[in-house]
Design a protein around this ligand. Structure first.
Ligand code: ZN
Length: 324
């Protein structure tokens, strides 16, 4: 069942008809609420395509949706499926005007009005509406998995980013991430404008951003590379979680410092193709701008998401330390 063409042609909502035991409501373009007739104590949000060119998660989400429509997956949660930035998907772009995943928690106000600011407003209100559903209010467990792929190569191909939160991370979520066979987890130490931060902070959801591989155009993804994630998501949806870890022990990191680009003098002193989680030597000047320089200081030796081409005021990289 091909759902990608209907999505890109704005025909997804009219294409689908659901089994009678699922109450389906489109809350916005690309945002589908599915509430099982039999009440569930658990709520799950799965989002993909917050960056429009990150196609593998979109294809995986559409595959899960097709299986739900066909009755091949028995839904054990109140579920919200979100295709994040549909206009950017149609243009095979990360975003049209600005990076949507920096705008949540009201930060859209700091950006000129455009496609993504409108979508951030819409997604925030959609989440609010979803959590006002009686079935969802009653649920005792709330998870949000925001699926992404990375622009660059990575020493750890698949990893999760846990938003900053003052309460403890849910052991069940960490266990599921471990079982899903991803390679690493990264814990944020301060609030950011990501979608997973928003649901965690404002709705007490156990949330994370998952980076599951590398960016390729639609149709060029080798979906077998994502079989561990797909299986873990299918198991989660059906409540039959049985995935066992096959890979070596998962690595854990925490964010030690954020490199923020403040003006046009900003430079990153590493090659363009530096992989995520590359270990850098003590004392190495990784970035500089007019009145500031960042030098590597142990134990924060690892670079994540280095990108000098971000807008001024935004994050151009994270320095991580490994948690032993
Ligand atoms: Zn992304």
């Amino acid at each position: 069942m091909d759902l990608l063409s209907p999505l890109l042609e704005k025909k997804l909502a009219s294409t689908l008809s659901f089994p009678p035991d699922l109450a389906a409501t489109w809350l916005a373009d690309g945002v589908l609420q599915l509430i099982p007739q039999e009440s569930k104590s658990s709520t799950l949000i799965i989002s993909a395509g917050i960056h429009g060119n990150e196609t593998a998660p979109i294809e995986i989400l559409l595959r899960l949706l097709a299986q739900l429509v066909q009755g091949h997956l028995s839904l054990q949660h109140n579920l919200l499926l979100i295709l994040g930035n549909v206009p950017a998907m149609r243009e095979s772009k990360r975003y049209i005007d600005n990076d949507l995943n920096r705008m949540f928690g009201g930060r859209y106000q700091n950006f000129p009005s455009g496609n993504e600011t409108q979508r951030a407003v819409e997604l925030e209100s959609v989440i609010q509406r979803f959590f006002q559903e009686p079935a969802v209010i009653a649920s005792t467990r709330r998870w949000h998995l925001d699926l992404h792929t990375a622009i660059r190569g990575s020493c750890h191909e698949q990893f999760a980013l846990l938003p900053f939160q003052q309460r403890e991370y849910a052991p069940e979520l960490l266990q599921w991430l471990d079982g899903s066979d991803i390679d690493a987890m990264v814990f944020h130490k301060s609030e950011g404008g990501t979608f997973s931060q928003f649901t965690s902070q404002y709705f007490n959801v156990d949330s994370c951003t998952m980076e599951i591989g590398k960016v390729y155009p639609f149709g060029q993804n080798d979906l077998t590379k994502f079989s561990n994630i797909t299986a873990a998501l299918q198991n989660l949806i059906t409540g039959t979680f049985s995935v066992k870890r096959q890979k070596p022990e998962i690595k854990r990191y925490r964010v030690a410092d954020s490199i923020i680009k403040q003006d046009n003098s900003f430079r990153l002193h590493i090659p363009q193709d530096t992989k995520n989680f590359t270990a850098l030597s003590d004392g190495f000047e990784i970035a500089s701008q007019e009145n500031q320089s960042w030098k590597i200081a142990s134990p924060a030796n690892f670079i994540l998401f280095p990108n000098a081409n971000v807008a001024i005021g935004l994050r151009a990289g994270l320095l991580l330390e490994q948690i032993i």
